[in-house]
Ligand binder design. Structure first.
Ligand code: B12
Length: 225
């Protein structure tokens, strides 16, 4: 679909909206915010806007960074533009349920500043009826322990995007268990695999936000499909 291709391109180029001066060659053209709004007006499915447009664009940004075409500033500008689009989707993903199904403590692990995926997972969980306690980014293992000890029934969700910081998930899980907390723990983020999740004794793993609500319900034994 042409509109989604345009959206993907706007994410890749980091063009936030029609008035944004960056990049100069796209000035005056619709940006991420305009195109998400247009897609919503045209009733394009949320998952298409999200997966094909926003996340699709971001994946290309990652490839461009790997190949040396992009540097951190370009990645940052694209991330900012994508966040603008996600903000528009948030109210549609997060509806107020009449009754909360349970609590999820979410955070990006120590040393890691990536939060787009974590925020998306959090939005899905909120939309699915969970209360989300968002600890933010660069969350120390001790902080997870402190919050989990106040919420012994909560599910813990950890995100890591770097091969260097994924090891901090292991450290965090070890500390949680050393403190005799038996909260269920799920992990995710681009470098995480099922094998790694098993190795660090996580209770669940997913590489996309789509199935996270069902996973949370299963782990917390919530019988509400
Ligand atoms: C945007 C971005 C940034 C932005 C982050 C902005 C922000 N606020 O998040 C900025 C510019 C700050 C950044 C910085 C860096 N980045 Co960066 N970044 C990216 C990029 C392009 C996109 C990440 C993203 O948001 N994807 C979109 C979201 C929706 O996807 P996601 O996070 O994977 O989440 C999905 C799933 O993984 C899953 N999920 C995620 N979390 C969780 C949690 C749970 C519980 C569950 C169940 C599921 C789940 O669900 C999500 C939705 O489907 C990736 C490339 C890539 N393809 O991942 C590189 C990438 C992750 N970055 C990389 C690097 C190297 C860096 C830097 C070290 C660069 C530098 N030299 O400074 C710094 C590190 C800073 C730090 N200490 O954290 C490398 C990592 C390489 C590696 N092997 O470790 C990547 C892979 C780029 C590359 N191809 O080389 N980065």
């Amino acid at each position: 679909m042409r509109l989604i291709e345009e959206l993907k391109k706007a994410v890749i180029k980091g063009h936030a909206n029609v008035d944004a001066a960056y990049p100069p060659d796209m000035k005056g053209q619709p940006g991420v915010i305009d195109l998400v709004n247009k897609a919503l007006e045209e009733n394009v499915e949320l998952k298409t806007i999200l997966n094909k447009g926003l996340i699709g664009g971001m994946n290309i940004v990652g490839e461009k960074f790997s190949s040396g075409e992009y540097f951190v500033p370009e990645m940052m500008i694209s991330a900012k533009a994508m966040k603008g689009g996600l903000n528009l989707l948030e109210p549609l993903l997060v509806k107020e349920p009449s009754q909360k199904l349970g609590t999820v403590i979410m955070g990006t692990v120590k040393g890691d500043m990536h939060d787009i995926g974590k925020n998306l997972v959090g939005m899905m969980l909120e939309g699915g009826g969970f209360e989300v306690i968002d600890l933010g980014v660069d969350v120390l293992p001790e902080k997870f322990v402190k919050v989990a000890s106040k919420h012994p029934d909560a599910l813990i969700g950890m995100s890591a995007l770097l091969t260097t910081t994924m090891e901090n998930m292991r450290e965090t899980i070890e500390l949680i268990r050393e403190n005799s907390l038996d909260n269920k723990i799920i992990v995710g983020g681009a470098p995480i695999t099922e094998k790694f999740a098993n190795e660090i004794n996580a209770d669940g793993y997913s590489n996309n936000a789509g199935i996270v609500v069902d996973m949370a319900k299963n782990l917390l034994k919530i019988d509400n499909k």
